[in-house]
Ligand binder design. Structure first.
Ligand code: AMP
Length: 228
């Protein structure tokens, strides 16, 4: 049986990781796992864990590694784990330690590819300032590309809102954290020969086509990994 790819999406905040990861998950029939979405769901459920995570998120800081790695590990060891069928991780790993921990959680199963969705800083700043998201299903909109009914999600009917961490202050802190903590993750995968860079500028459809090409080219040149 051909298994789905095991992918990590990397890129600055606002690069379009969430949107593209959701499309890739549908295309390859793999599980989309976003740590940001998991934290936001816990925060809106008002659990103690969620409120603690929200305090970090609202400041643009990373949630501590033990909590984040625990969350991902739980998902990978639970019933219906995406370990065999394939997955796209979105927002994890965010620092070098998390990348090392991911290798441990995968327990010898190789990751196929880490993709850096590359978008210049001025473009992400513009995207983040105008970004609006569905509070229920996380679909992403922009003030220049709103849902068809004012601020009601086209996909699920949920409320479309501005994220609490899309403030000017939190955005600039998140981009700083990206440079300090997440850029080393790119180097980590580059050294392993598993990093692909995809241009994230353009329409959603253009970027999606580019990503599928990168993944399919990689899989056809590494048949052993597509069918381990
Ligand atoms: P995102 O939706 O991926 O932009 O994540 C929103 C926020 O959730 C981040 O700014 C962090 O505060 C937190 N977060 C998400 N993923 C991680 C992670 N892998 N490690 C630590 N914090 C995370």
């Amino acid at each position: 049986m051909t298994q789905g790819p095991r992918l990590v999406m990397l890129g600055k905040q606002g690069a379009g990781k969430g949107t593209q990861a959701a499309r890739l998950a549908e295309h390859y029939r793999i599980v989309h796992l976003s740590t940001g979405d998991l934290f936001r769901a816990a925060a809106s459920a008002g659990t103690r864990f969620g409120l603690e995570a929200k305090a970090y998120m609202d400041r643009g800081e990373l949630v501590p590694d033990d909590v984040t790695v625990g969350l991902v590990e739980e998902r990978f060891t639970a019933h219906g784990s995406p370990l065999q069928g394939g997955f796209v991780l979105d927002g994890f790993p965010r620092n070098r330690n998390q990348a090392v921990e991911l290798d441990r959680v995968l327990d010898g199963l190789p990751l196929d590819l880490a993709i850096d969705l590359d978008v210049p800083r001025d473009v992400v700043l513009e995207r983040l300032a105008g970004r609006r998201v569905c509070s229920r299903c996380s679909a992403v909109y922009h003030v220049d590309m709103p849902p068809s009914r004012p601020w009601i999600c086209d996909v699920c009917g949920g409320d479309v809102v501005q994220r609490d961490d899309d403030t000017e202050e939190a955005i600039s802190r998140r981009l700083e954290v990206y440079e300090e903590e997440t850029v080393p993750v790119l180097d980590y995968y580059r050294r392993l020969g598993k990093l692909a860079v995809a241009d994230g500028v353009g329409t959603g459809d253009d970027v999606f086509e580019r990503l599928v090409k990168v993944i399919d080219d990689w899989r056809s040149s590494s048949p052993a990994s597509a069918n381990p």
